[in-house]
Write a protein that binds this ligand. Structure first.
Ligand code: SAM
Ligand code: SF4
Length: 320
């Protein structure tokens, strides 16, 4: 079992399989990076899988594949199946922008993917276009419909930004409710790669908007998830992820692995250790040692709760 210095059990690994993305979301990658990491520097799926086995053998029970946009990486279904085949009761999930999902949802489900989070910031074509800097809405909705059709468990991720999509919170909630899909509103996390003019809504702002139309009860933090859940009178549940909250990090159960093999203990700080050399040299006990070092070094708290604090991490590299 992996337990850090603050007595948190770390059982969740997020793997960013690529930093590349076909969107340019203003809060994440508003401009194409100067250069992409050359492909030979990325760990292959076999190499990533070597680390996955170490993580699972040490107590990781939940794995999420993310990016960049994970569907841009070829043979993703094969990677999903490798993990599923190693331990079929692993909680195997993915986060995607949904734009390419229509053609892949069934293949992913058949390969062992259990759950999928799809980012949907707007139901308005122009708004979605403005935020992602691309005309995306139709493809994303097609992706969501296909994921529903093949029976994947779905959540929708929304990042509410002032004067862009903050007036759509109730519409997005309604969209989720009609399909019985949980919507999770994520507070915008300030970072040095995002468009500097963005102002995110706080969890408090979001709840205020929803309380104008609905009564709900607070169900508290869901075990193993960063999300605080609320239940409406009709039974529908929605979530809010509040990294600015002072107690947010006390529930943290995760570490992150980038496509290049950097193991990252916290989305906020620059610290990371590379497992690439160990994995490429087949030094699996070396990689396991680095895993333990990362758990040991995991910081107690991010700093978003401070005034004007911003992360230097590129979320498209770390997978958000
Ligand atoms: N491309 C996929 C997607 O957009 O779902 C997966 C990668 S993306 C980095 C993972 C999640 O991080 C998405 O739900 C996205 O909305 C969220 N995200 C990215 N930048 C963020 C930011 N600055 N603040 C809050 N959430 C962010
Ligand atoms: Fe791409 Fe996801 Fe970042 Fe948007 S949030 S730019 S879709 S990686």
């Amino acid at each position: 079992m992996l337990i850090d210095n603050f007595n948190r059990t770390i059982d969740y690994l997020r793997i960013s399989v690529t930093e590349r993305c076909n969107f340019r979301c203003q809060y994440c990658m508003p401009e194409k990076p100067f250069s992409w990491t050359p492909r030979e520097n990325l760990l292959s799926f076999e190499e990533l899988f070597d680390f996955v086995k170490i993580a699972i053998d040490n107590g990781v029970t939940k794995i999420r594949i993310t990016g960049g946009e994970p569907l841009l990486r070829e043979d993703l279904d094969k990677f999903i199946f490798m993990i599923f085949n190693y331990k079929n009761d692993i909680d195997l999930a993915m986060t995607t922008n949904g734009s390419l999902l229509k053609n892949f949802a069934k293949r992913f489900k058949d390969s062992g993917l259990k759950r999928i989070n799809i980012s949907l910031d707007s139901l308005n074509r122009e708004n979605a276009w403005h935020l992602a800097q691309k005309d995306i809405l139709k493809d994303v909705l097609n992706g969501i419909n296909e994921a529903i059709k093949v029976g994947l468990k779905i959540k929708l991720n929304v990042v509410p930004i002032k004067n862009i999509n903050d007036h759509e919170i109730l519409d997005l909630l309604q969209f989720g409710m009609e399909r019985n899909i949980s919507v999770r509103f994520i507070e915008y996390m300030e970072n040095s790669f995002a468009n500097k003019n963005l102002i995110g809504l706080t969890g408090h702002d979001i709840l205020n908007i929803i309380s104008n139309n609905y009564k709900f009860i607070d169900e508290g933090i869901e075990l193993g998830s960063p999300s605080h859940y609320y239940k409406l009178e009709n039974g529908y549940r929605f979530g809010i992820i509040e990294p600015h909250r002072d107690d947010f990090c006390s529930y943290c159960n995760r570490i992150r692995l980038t496509a290049e093999g950097d193991l990252i203990p916290c989305l906020y700080f620059d610290e990371a250790k590379s497992i690439k050399e160990s994995i490429r040299n087949k030094d699996l006990s070396g990689a396991e040692k680095i895993l333990y070092e990362i758990i040991r070094d995991k910081p107690e708290k991010n700093r978003w709760s401070g005034d004007g604090e911003s992360s230097n991490r590129a979320f498209y590299e770390t997978g958000g």
